[in-house]
Design a protein around this ligand. Structure first.
Ligand SMILES: Cc1cc2nc3c(=O)[nH]c(=O)nc-3n(C[C@H](O)[C@H](O)[C@H](O)COP(=O)(O)OP(=O)(O)OC[C@H]3O[C@@H](n4cnc5c(N)ncnc54)[C@H](O)[C@@H]3O)c2cc1C
Ligand code: FES
Length: 259
């Protein structure tokens, strides 16, 4: 983990509310694992005071990488105004990251909802030559279906669901998971997206006894384990909590108390 200023190479709107920001940092490219995140100071002043966390989205080359983000509030609005050539103060890579299954015959099913697709692309970049991958992308509307072409360029199978039926299957991305023809013990699930989506997928994976890793979101302050502001309840004999920023953001779905 390092704290450093890194140069923005590009900051492009890719869909309504969604942006990709490219950075230059050979050190972060060298250190990063899929599923890890960066804690970014989005302004030079004291407003907002707290950094904002973003998953590493893609590695472009030896010294270039991207994040993909949705504008939801003050911090991300400020980020969307940044220009190529400016620098941002960044802490990271932070957190644990996904584990690529050891068994070669295991098919990885990557399930992303909205901006949740962001860290899964980096995972696909790392794993597509090692394992068979199926990507399930979900959104409320067609506008929220991101990265379809990028995944296809990696040669992985992509399936789409939109809640309003404007693109792909009409319904939830979890329907696509249910419909997958599978010999259950060969699937390994990786999910990132809205809490309700992750909860559904966790339920499915537990019922079918499938390994499932979920990347959780939580409001973060320090990002390095000191403030306990990001904890999530996990199963244990007495109530047990883990820090999303250090023990996560990736957890085994069966470990989480999904209430
Ligand atoms: C480990 C991690 C990785 C993330 N990766 C990405 C990513 O790759 N792309 C992306 O678009 N977003 C990602 N997020 C979410 C992102 O950090 C928040 O959207 C961002 O911090 C919002 O900042 P803001 O100032 O714009 O919004 P605020 O003004 O702080 O809040 C606006 C709204 O967003 C909600 N919100 C803010 N932060 C979070 C959060 N962390 N979790 C859930 N809801 C939140 C608030 O409740 C509020 O309703 C990630 C979060 C975590 C914890
Ligand atoms: S954000 Fe401070 S402990 Fe996780």
């Amino acid at each position: 983990m390092l704290q450093t200023k890194i140069k923005i190479l590009a900051n492009e709107k890719i869909a309504p509310e969604y942006y990709k920001m490219a950075f230059e940092s050979a050190m972060i490219v060298k250190l990063a694992t899929p599923g890890q995140f960066l804690h970014i100071k989005v302004s030079n002043g004291s407003e907002p005071l707290l950094r904002r966390p973003f998953g590493l989205h893609s590695i472009k080359n030896m010294d270039g990488f991207e994040i993909l983000y949705r504008v939801v509030g003050k911090g991300t609005a400020l980020l969307s105004e940044k220009k190529a050539g400016e620098e941002l103060d960044v802490l990271g890579p932070l957190g644990n990251g996904f584990n690529i299954p050891a068994a070669e015959k295991e098919t990885m099913v990557l399930i992303g909802g909205g901006a949740g697709i962001a860290p899964l692309f980096f995972l696909a970049q790392k794993a597509h030559n090692l394992r068979q991958i199926i990507v399930l992308i979900g959104g409320k509307t067609k506008d929220q279906i991101l990265c379809e072409e990028e995944f296809k360029k990696l040669g992985v199978e992509v399936k789409i669901a939109t809640e309003d039926g404007s693109y792909g299957h009409k319904g939830l991305v979890s329907d696509l998971l249910n419909a997958l023809p599978h010999t259950q013990e060969r699937l390994s699930i990786f999910a990132c997206g809205p809490l309700l989506m992750e909860k559904e997928i966790a339920k499915f994976s537990c019922e079918h006894n499938l390994p499932c890793q979920v990347s959780l979101e939580s409001r973060m302050a320090c990002g390095v384990g000191a403030c306990l502001g990001c904890t999530v309840k996990v199963k244990g004999e007495s109530p047990t909590y883990k820090r999303v920023c250090v023990e996560g953001p990736v957890f085994e779905a069966k470990e989480i108390v999904w209430e």
